[in-house]
Design a protein around this ligand. Structure first.
Ligand SMILES: Cc1ncc(COP(=O)(O)O)c(C=O)c1O
Length: 425
Protein backbone atom coordinates (compact mmCIF):
# COMPACT_ATOMS: atom_id res chain seq x y z
CA UNK A 1 0.00 0.00 0.00
CA UNK A 2 1.48 3.36 -1.00
CA UNK A 3 0.12 6.18 1.07
CA UNK A 4 2.32 9.17 0.45
CA UNK A 5 4.47 9.71 -2.57
CA UNK A 6 7.81 11.09 -1.38
CA UNK A 7 9.29 10.52 -4.78
CA UNK A 8 7.63 13.06 -7.01
CA UNK A 9 10.27 13.96 -9.62
CA UNK A 10 11.97 17.27 -9.00
CA UNK A 11 11.04 18.46 -12.49
CA UNK A 12 7.40 18.60 -11.42
CA UNK A 13 8.11 20.97 -8.58
CA UNK A 14 6.47 24.33 -8.65
CA UNK A 15 8.87 26.57 -6.79
CA UNK A 16 6.89 29.71 -7.46
CA UNK A 17 5.96 30.24 -3.81
CA UNK A 18 9.21 29.07 -2.33
CA UNK A 19 11.91 31.68 -2.32
CA UNK A 20 14.73 30.67 -0.01
CA UNK A 21 15.90 34.29 -0.01
CA UNK A 22 12.66 35.59 1.42
CA UNK A 23 12.46 32.66 3.84
CA UNK A 24 15.94 33.49 5.15
CA UNK A 25 14.77 37.00 6.05
CA UNK A 26 12.33 35.51 8.55
CA UNK A 27 15.16 33.90 10.54
CA UNK A 28 17.15 36.58 12.36
CA UNK A 29 19.87 34.16 13.49
CA UNK A 30 20.81 33.46 9.89
CA UNK A 31 22.19 37.01 9.72
CA UNK A 32 24.84 36.07 12.26
CA UNK A 33 28.49 35.97 11.42
CA UNK A 34 30.47 33.08 12.85
CA UNK A 35 34.23 33.54 12.89
CA UNK A 36 33.90 36.35 10.37
CA UNK A 37 31.74 34.36 7.94
CA UNK A 38 28.01 34.47 7.35
CA UNK A 39 26.48 31.52 9.17
CA UNK A 40 25.76 28.46 7.02
CA UNK A 41 23.56 26.40 9.30
CA UNK A 42 23.60 22.72 8.32
CA UNK A 43 22.71 21.10 11.63
CA UNK A 44 18.96 20.99 11.16
CA UNK A 45 18.54 17.35 12.08
CA UNK A 46 19.70 18.32 15.59
CA UNK A 47 17.45 21.36 15.81
CA UNK A 48 16.18 23.96 13.35
CA UNK A 49 16.35 27.72 13.63
CA UNK A 50 13.24 29.72 14.54
CA UNK A 51 11.38 32.28 12.45
CA UNK A 52 10.60 35.71 13.91
CA UNK A 53 6.92 34.73 14.25
CA UNK A 54 7.84 31.97 16.72
CA UNK A 55 10.20 34.23 18.66
CA UNK A 56 7.51 36.93 18.79
CA UNK A 57 4.87 34.47 19.94
CA UNK A 58 6.91 33.61 23.04
CA UNK A 59 7.32 37.26 23.86
CA UNK A 60 3.63 38.06 23.17
CA UNK A 61 2.55 35.30 25.49
CA UNK A 62 4.59 36.65 28.40
CA UNK A 63 3.79 40.29 27.72
CA UNK A 64 0.13 39.78 26.85
CA UNK A 65 -1.60 36.77 28.38
CA UNK A 66 0.66 34.79 30.71
CA UNK A 67 -1.51 32.68 33.03
CA UNK A 68 -1.91 29.07 34.05
CA UNK A 69 -4.13 27.01 31.79
CA UNK A 70 -7.26 24.88 32.16
CA UNK A 71 -8.07 26.06 35.66
CA UNK A 72 -8.42 29.85 35.87
CA UNK A 73 -11.67 31.68 35.34
CA UNK A 74 -10.16 35.05 34.50
CA UNK A 75 -9.50 36.54 31.07
CA UNK A 76 -5.78 35.83 30.95
CA UNK A 77 -6.31 32.19 31.90
CA UNK A 78 -8.94 31.82 29.20
CA UNK A 79 -6.69 33.42 26.60
CA UNK A 80 -3.71 31.25 27.56
CA UNK A 81 -5.87 28.11 27.51
CA UNK A 82 -7.38 28.88 24.15
CA UNK A 83 -3.96 29.70 22.63
CA UNK A 84 -2.55 26.42 23.92
CA UNK A 85 -5.55 24.48 22.62
CA UNK A 86 -5.23 26.22 19.26
CA UNK A 87 -1.77 24.69 18.97
CA UNK A 88 -3.26 21.30 19.78
CA UNK A 89 -5.82 21.80 17.04
CA UNK A 90 -3.15 22.81 14.51
CA UNK A 91 -0.95 19.88 15.52
CA UNK A 92 -3.85 17.47 15.04
CA UNK A 93 -4.50 18.96 11.60
CA UNK A 94 -0.79 18.91 10.66
CA UNK A 95 -0.45 15.15 11.02
CA UNK A 96 -3.55 14.29 9.04
CA UNK A 97 -6.61 15.57 10.85
CA UNK A 98 -6.65 13.44 13.98
CA UNK A 99 -8.76 14.28 17.03
CA UNK A 100 -7.45 16.95 19.38
CA UNK A 101 -7.81 14.46 22.25
CA UNK A 102 -5.26 12.27 20.51
CA UNK A 103 -2.51 14.89 20.81
CA UNK A 104 -0.56 14.77 24.08
CA UNK A 105 2.04 17.45 24.70
CA UNK A 106 5.29 16.22 26.20
CA UNK A 107 8.77 17.74 26.49
CA UNK A 108 10.19 16.05 23.37
CA UNK A 109 10.02 12.95 21.20
CA UNK A 110 12.19 11.12 23.73
CA UNK A 111 9.67 11.68 26.51
CA UNK A 112 6.83 10.61 24.21
CA UNK A 113 8.52 7.28 23.46
CA UNK A 114 9.36 6.74 27.13
CA UNK A 115 5.71 7.30 28.03
CA UNK A 116 4.62 4.64 25.56
CA UNK A 117 7.26 2.13 26.66
CA UNK A 118 6.57 2.74 30.34
CA UNK A 119 2.80 2.97 30.36
CA UNK A 120 1.52 1.02 27.38
CA UNK A 121 4.57 -1.25 27.39
CA UNK A 122 4.39 -2.38 31.01
CA UNK A 123 0.68 -3.04 30.70
CA UNK A 124 0.82 -4.98 27.46
CA UNK A 125 4.24 -6.65 27.22
CA UNK A 126 5.12 -9.77 29.17
CA UNK A 127 7.75 -12.47 29.21
CA UNK A 128 7.94 -14.34 25.92
CA UNK A 129 6.53 -11.43 23.90
CA UNK A 130 8.58 -9.80 21.22
CA UNK A 131 9.49 -6.15 20.77
CA UNK A 132 10.81 -5.31 17.30
CA UNK A 133 12.88 -2.26 16.45
CA UNK A 134 15.45 -1.56 13.72
CA UNK A 135 19.20 -1.25 13.58
CA UNK A 136 18.92 2.41 12.63
CA UNK A 137 17.16 3.75 15.71
CA UNK A 138 18.14 6.87 17.59
CA UNK A 139 18.87 6.07 21.26
CA UNK A 140 15.50 7.65 22.07
CA UNK A 141 13.77 4.77 20.28
CA UNK A 142 16.22 2.13 21.42
CA UNK A 143 17.03 2.52 25.11
CA UNK A 144 13.38 2.63 26.35
CA UNK A 145 12.71 -0.69 24.56
CA UNK A 146 15.92 -2.28 25.87
CA UNK A 147 14.81 -1.31 29.39
CA UNK A 148 11.28 -2.62 28.81
CA UNK A 149 12.62 -5.93 27.47
CA UNK A 150 14.91 -6.29 30.50
CA UNK A 151 12.14 -5.49 32.93
CA UNK A 152 9.48 -7.73 31.40
CA UNK A 153 11.61 -10.59 30.06
CA UNK A 154 10.38 -9.86 26.52
CA UNK A 155 12.65 -10.57 23.58
CA UNK A 156 14.07 -7.71 21.51
CA UNK A 157 14.29 -8.31 17.74
CA UNK A 158 15.93 -6.06 15.17
CA UNK A 159 15.14 -5.37 11.52
CA UNK A 160 18.66 -5.25 10.06
CA UNK A 161 20.00 -2.73 7.57
CA UNK A 162 21.66 -3.66 4.29
CA UNK A 163 24.93 -2.28 2.96
CA UNK A 164 23.16 0.57 1.18
CA UNK A 165 21.48 1.84 4.33
CA UNK A 166 17.98 0.49 3.64
CA UNK A 167 16.07 -1.75 6.00
CA UNK A 168 16.64 -5.34 4.91
CA UNK A 169 13.14 -6.78 4.73
CA UNK A 170 14.12 -10.19 3.36
CA UNK A 171 13.34 -11.93 6.68
CA UNK A 172 10.65 -9.56 7.81
CA UNK A 173 8.01 -12.28 8.16
CA UNK A 174 10.22 -14.04 10.67
CA UNK A 175 11.20 -10.86 12.50
CA UNK A 176 7.63 -9.61 12.86
CA UNK A 177 5.81 -12.75 13.93
CA UNK A 178 2.74 -13.63 16.04
CA UNK A 179 4.79 -13.19 19.27
CA UNK A 180 5.46 -9.58 18.30
CA UNK A 181 3.47 -7.11 20.38
CA UNK A 182 5.07 -3.87 19.27
CA UNK A 183 7.18 -2.61 16.40
CA UNK A 184 8.95 0.72 16.99
CA UNK A 185 10.78 2.27 14.08
CA UNK A 186 12.02 5.53 12.78
CA UNK A 187 10.26 6.99 9.77
CA UNK A 188 13.47 8.65 8.64
CA UNK A 189 16.98 7.92 9.91
CA UNK A 190 18.82 10.84 11.46
CA UNK A 191 22.12 9.29 10.34
CA UNK A 192 21.49 7.62 6.98
CA UNK A 193 18.60 9.80 5.89
CA UNK A 194 16.75 6.65 4.82
CA UNK A 195 12.98 7.02 4.58
CA UNK A 196 11.59 3.71 5.74
CA UNK A 197 8.57 1.93 4.22
CA UNK A 198 6.51 2.41 7.37
CA UNK A 199 3.19 1.75 5.57
CA UNK A 200 4.31 -1.74 4.63
CA UNK A 201 5.68 -2.49 8.09
CA UNK A 202 2.55 -1.20 9.84
CA UNK A 203 0.40 -3.40 7.61
CA UNK A 204 2.47 -6.48 8.40
CA UNK A 205 2.60 -5.67 12.13
CA UNK A 206 -1.18 -5.25 12.26
CA UNK A 207 -1.65 -8.62 10.54
CA UNK A 208 0.25 -10.03 13.52
CA UNK A 209 -1.85 -7.99 15.96
CA UNK A 210 1.20 -5.94 16.91
CA UNK A 211 1.08 -2.21 17.61
CA UNK A 212 3.39 0.21 15.83
CA UNK A 213 5.18 3.27 17.12
CA UNK A 214 6.59 5.51 14.41
CA UNK A 215 9.40 7.82 15.50
CA UNK A 216 8.59 10.89 13.44
CA UNK A 217 11.29 13.16 14.92
CA UNK A 218 12.91 13.41 11.47
CA UNK A 219 9.84 12.90 9.30
CA UNK A 220 7.29 15.36 10.73
CA UNK A 221 9.56 18.32 9.89
CA UNK A 222 10.31 17.19 6.35
CA UNK A 223 7.54 15.06 4.84
CA UNK A 224 3.79 15.42 4.48
CA UNK A 225 2.41 13.22 7.26
CA UNK A 226 -0.94 11.53 7.57
CA UNK A 227 -0.94 9.20 10.56
CA UNK A 228 -4.46 8.05 9.79
CA UNK A 229 -3.52 6.95 6.28
CA UNK A 230 -0.44 5.26 7.73
CA UNK A 231 -2.63 3.69 10.42
CA UNK A 232 0.16 4.29 12.95
CA UNK A 233 -0.83 3.45 16.52
CA UNK A 234 1.68 5.91 17.96
CA UNK A 235 3.52 8.74 16.21
CA UNK A 236 5.96 10.98 18.08
CA UNK A 237 7.93 14.10 17.24
CA UNK A 238 9.61 17.24 18.63
CA UNK A 239 8.63 20.84 17.89
CA UNK A 240 12.22 22.11 17.97
CA UNK A 241 13.15 20.16 14.84
CA UNK A 242 10.40 21.89 12.86
CA UNK A 243 10.89 25.60 13.54
CA UNK A 244 9.20 25.42 16.94
CA UNK A 245 10.60 26.10 20.40
CA UNK A 246 12.53 23.58 22.48
CA UNK A 247 10.68 21.83 25.29
CA UNK A 248 7.62 20.73 23.31
CA UNK A 249 7.11 17.17 22.15
CA UNK A 250 4.08 15.43 20.74
CA UNK A 251 2.70 11.99 21.43
CA UNK A 252 -0.07 11.03 19.03
CA UNK A 253 -1.85 7.77 19.75
CA UNK A 254 -5.24 6.41 18.77
CA UNK A 255 -7.90 7.49 21.23
CA UNK A 256 -8.71 3.99 22.48
CA UNK A 257 -5.03 3.35 23.18
CA UNK A 258 -4.61 6.60 25.12
CA UNK A 259 -7.76 5.81 27.08
CA UNK A 260 -6.38 2.40 27.94
CA UNK A 261 -2.93 3.73 28.93
CA UNK A 262 -2.33 4.59 32.59
CA UNK A 263 -0.72 7.96 33.22
CA UNK A 264 2.98 7.85 34.10
CA UNK A 265 3.04 11.16 35.94
CA UNK A 266 0.46 11.96 38.60
CA UNK A 267 -0.65 15.24 40.14
CA UNK A 268 -2.55 18.35 39.17
CA UNK A 269 -4.45 18.83 35.90
CA UNK A 270 -4.71 15.10 35.16
CA UNK A 271 -7.38 14.10 37.68
CA UNK A 272 -11.15 14.32 37.72
CA UNK A 273 -11.79 13.50 41.39
CA UNK A 274 -9.45 12.98 44.33
CA UNK A 275 -10.08 11.77 47.89
CA UNK A 276 -7.53 11.09 50.64
CA UNK A 277 -7.53 7.48 49.47
CA UNK A 278 -8.04 7.56 45.73
CA UNK A 279 -8.01 9.43 42.45
CA UNK A 280 -9.79 9.22 39.08
CA UNK A 281 -8.28 10.47 35.87
CA UNK A 282 -9.43 13.36 33.74
CA UNK A 283 -10.57 12.85 30.16
CA UNK A 284 -8.07 12.91 27.29
CA UNK A 285 -5.77 14.64 26.71
CA UNK A 286 -5.43 16.00 30.27
CA UNK A 287 -5.06 12.52 31.75
CA UNK A 288 -1.56 12.30 30.25
CA UNK A 289 -0.50 15.92 30.89
CA UNK A 290 0.11 16.22 34.63
CA UNK A 291 1.29 19.52 36.06
CA UNK A 292 1.65 22.93 34.46
CA UNK A 293 2.64 22.43 30.83
CA UNK A 294 5.23 24.41 28.86
CA UNK A 295 2.53 26.91 27.92
CA UNK A 296 4.67 29.61 26.29
CA UNK A 297 6.47 27.20 24.00
CA UNK A 298 3.36 25.23 23.13
CA UNK A 299 1.65 28.52 22.20
CA UNK A 300 4.67 29.47 20.07
CA UNK A 301 4.62 26.12 18.26
CA UNK A 302 1.47 27.28 16.44
CA UNK A 303 3.22 29.88 14.24
CA UNK A 304 5.86 27.25 13.40
CA UNK A 305 3.14 24.92 12.16
CA UNK A 306 1.56 27.81 10.26
CA UNK A 307 4.89 28.64 8.68
CA UNK A 308 5.38 25.07 7.42
CA UNK A 309 1.76 24.76 6.31
CA UNK A 310 1.91 28.04 4.41
CA UNK A 311 4.91 26.86 2.44
CA UNK A 312 3.41 23.39 2.01
CA UNK A 313 5.02 20.16 3.14
CA UNK A 314 5.09 18.86 -0.45
CA UNK A 315 7.20 21.80 -1.47
CA UNK A 316 9.46 21.43 1.54
CA UNK A 317 10.03 17.81 0.57
CA UNK A 318 10.80 18.78 -3.02
CA UNK A 319 13.22 21.48 -1.93
CA UNK A 320 15.04 18.94 0.21
CA UNK A 321 15.22 16.39 -2.59
CA UNK A 322 16.74 19.05 -4.78
CA UNK A 323 19.30 20.28 -2.28
CA UNK A 324 20.21 16.77 -1.09
CA UNK A 325 20.70 15.57 -4.70
CA UNK A 326 22.94 18.53 -5.32
CA UNK A 327 24.86 17.98 -2.08
CA UNK A 328 25.42 14.31 -2.87
CA UNK A 329 26.55 15.06 -6.42
CA UNK A 330 29.05 17.64 -5.22
CA UNK A 331 30.36 15.51 -2.34
CA UNK A 332 30.81 12.54 -4.67
CA UNK A 333 33.24 14.62 -6.70
CA UNK A 334 35.60 14.47 -3.71
CA UNK A 335 37.07 10.97 -3.92
CA UNK A 336 38.22 11.03 -0.28
CA UNK A 337 34.64 11.47 1.01
CA UNK A 338 32.47 8.44 1.78
CA UNK A 339 28.72 9.07 2.03
CA UNK A 340 26.48 6.76 4.08
CA UNK A 341 22.91 5.80 3.28
CA UNK A 342 20.88 5.33 0.10
CA UNK A 343 22.36 6.56 -3.14
CA UNK A 344 18.99 7.63 -4.48
CA UNK A 345 18.04 11.04 -3.03
CA UNK A 346 14.36 10.14 -3.50
CA UNK A 347 14.78 7.49 -0.81
CA UNK A 348 16.26 9.81 1.75
CA UNK A 349 15.59 13.03 3.59
CA UNK A 350 17.82 16.08 3.77
CA UNK A 351 20.57 14.44 5.80
CA UNK A 352 24.02 13.53 4.49
CA UNK A 353 26.39 11.70 6.82
CA UNK A 354 29.92 11.30 5.53
CA UNK A 355 33.54 10.77 6.48
CA UNK A 356 36.80 12.06 5.02
CA UNK A 357 39.27 9.18 4.77
CA UNK A 358 42.04 11.17 6.49
CA UNK A 359 40.36 13.72 8.77
CA UNK A 360 38.49 12.88 11.95
CA UNK A 361 34.85 14.14 11.83
CA UNK A 362 35.42 16.26 14.95
CA UNK A 363 38.40 18.01 13.37
CA UNK A 364 36.34 18.49 10.23
CA UNK A 365 33.43 20.02 12.17
CA UNK A 366 35.77 22.38 14.03
CA UNK A 367 37.50 23.44 10.85
CA UNK A 368 34.16 24.03 9.12
CA UNK A 369 33.03 26.13 12.08
CA UNK A 370 36.04 28.36 11.54
CA UNK A 371 34.54 29.02 8.09
CA UNK A 372 31.06 29.68 9.50
CA UNK A 373 29.66 26.29 8.43
CA UNK A 374 27.80 24.48 11.24
CA UNK A 375 27.60 20.69 10.87
CA UNK A 376 27.36 17.91 13.42
CA UNK A 377 30.01 15.30 14.11
CA UNK A 378 29.71 12.28 16.35
CA UNK A 379 27.57 9.18 16.68
CA UNK A 380 24.33 11.19 16.39
CA UNK A 381 22.77 9.33 19.34
CA UNK A 382 22.87 6.13 17.31
CA UNK A 383 25.98 4.39 18.60
CA UNK A 384 25.07 0.83 17.53
CA UNK A 385 24.29 2.01 14.00
CA UNK A 386 27.49 4.03 13.63
CA UNK A 387 29.45 1.00 14.90
CA UNK A 388 27.74 -1.11 12.21
CA UNK A 389 28.89 1.41 9.61
CA UNK A 390 32.43 0.61 10.74
CA UNK A 391 33.43 4.12 11.78
CA UNK A 392 33.78 5.75 15.21
CA UNK A 393 31.71 8.74 14.15
CA UNK A 394 30.57 10.64 11.08
CA UNK A 395 30.20 14.23 9.97
CA UNK A 396 26.61 15.16 9.13
CA UNK A 397 25.18 18.00 7.08
CA UNK A 398 21.41 18.35 7.34
CA UNK A 399 19.24 20.76 5.40
CA UNK A 400 16.02 22.66 5.86
CA UNK A 401 13.81 25.20 4.12
CA UNK A 402 16.30 28.08 4.31
CA UNK A 403 19.32 26.23 2.90
CA UNK A 404 20.53 26.89 -0.63
CA UNK A 405 22.80 25.29 -3.21
CA UNK A 406 25.12 28.18 -2.60
CA UNK A 407 25.49 27.00 0.98
CA UNK A 408 26.21 23.47 -0.24
CA UNK A 409 29.01 25.02 -2.31
CA UNK A 410 30.36 26.68 0.84
CA UNK A 411 30.30 23.34 2.63
CA UNK A 412 32.18 21.66 -0.21
CA UNK A 413 34.70 24.50 -0.47
CA UNK A 414 35.34 24.31 3.29
CA UNK A 415 35.85 20.52 3.02
CA UNK A 416 38.43 21.08 0.30
CA UNK A 417 40.16 23.68 2.43
CA UNK A 418 40.19 21.29 5.38
CA UNK A 419 41.91 18.77 3.18
CA UNK A 420 44.55 21.33 2.22
CA UNK A 421 44.99 22.29 5.88
CA UNK A 422 45.11 18.82 7.48
CA UNK A 423 46.40 16.55 4.72
CA UNK A 424 48.17 18.37 1.91
CA UNK A 425 49.28 21.46 3.85
C1 LIG B 1 15.18 9.93 14.73
C2 LIG B 1 15.17 10.66 16.04
N1 LIG B 1 14.40 10.20 17.03
C3 LIG B 1 14.33 10.81 18.23
C4 LIG B 1 15.07 11.94 18.48
C5 LIG B 1 14.98 12.57 19.82
O1 LIG B 1 14.48 13.86 19.72
P1 LIG B 1 14.44 14.76 21.05
O2 LIG B 1 15.87 14.90 21.50
O3 LIG B 1 13.85 16.05 20.59
O4 LIG B 1 13.62 14.05 22.04
C6 LIG B 1 15.90 12.46 17.47
C7 LIG B 1 16.74 13.64 17.73
O5 LIG B 1 17.73 13.87 17.07
C8 LIG B 1 15.94 11.81 16.23
O6 LIG B 1 16.71 12.26 15.23
Amino acid sequence: MKVIDHKQPVSQVDNSLFSTDSIKKDFPILERKINGHKLVYLDNAATTQKPQSVIDAISSYYTGFNANVHRGLHTLAEEATSAMERTREKTAAFIGGVKMEEIIFTRNATESINMVATSWGKKNIKQGDRIVITQMEHHANLVPWIMLAKETGAELGYIPIDKNGYLDLSDINKIINPQTKVVALTHMSNVLGTINPVEEIIELAHKNNAYVLVDGAQSAPHLPINVKALDADFYVFSAHKMLGPTGVGVLYAKEEILNDMEPVIFGGEMISHVTFENADWAELPMKHEAGTPNIADIVAFAPALDYLTNIGMDKIRQHEIEITSYGMEELKKLDYIRIFGPDNPLDRGGVISFVDNKIHPHDLAQFLDSKGVAIRAGHHCAQPLVKLLGVPSTARASFYIYNTKDEVDKLVEALKEARRYFVNG
